[in-house]
Design a binder for this molecule. Structure first.
Ligand SMILES: [Zn+2]
Length: 113
């Protein structure tokens, strides 16, 4: 996908968030409390809720975005740059492309479980 198309498919944060949810739905969401796959999406809360124990899971929870405050769009652009470039892209280059000041904030490990 070219960057032009990328902008067409993911023009804003809302579109990115929606696409991310669709990805999670395809993979299947598992309740982190009881392990059930039986969850419903609460549109008003923007969270999944387990049908069994009613435990709620955020859209980011259990993903690379877990604990991140960065916008979804940021991650979509980062993922796009990582997959669209044939040659590997350095962290510094990614940082430059995203106009981000601090490389550390791109770290995807789960900092706040
Ligand atoms: Zn549950």
């Amino acid at each position: 996908m070219k960057l032009f198309d990328f902008n067409k498919y993911f023009p804003d944060e809302k579109a990115c968030r929606k696409a991310f949810k669709e990805m999670r739905d395809r993979e299947g969401v598992v309740c982190q409390h009881c392990g059930s796959h039986d969850v419903v999406w609460l549109e008003s809360k923007q969270q999944y809720q387990c049908k069994h124990c009613r435990h709620r899971t955020t859209l980011r929870s259990g993903t690379v975005m877990h604990g991140s405050k960065l916008p979804f769009m940021y991650w979509f652009i980062a993922m796009h740059l990582l997959t669209a470039t044939k040659k590997s892209i350095s962290a510094a280059e990614l940082q430059r492309q995203l106009g981000h000041k601090r490389y550390q904030r791109l770290v995807t490990k789960q900092e706040h479980p």
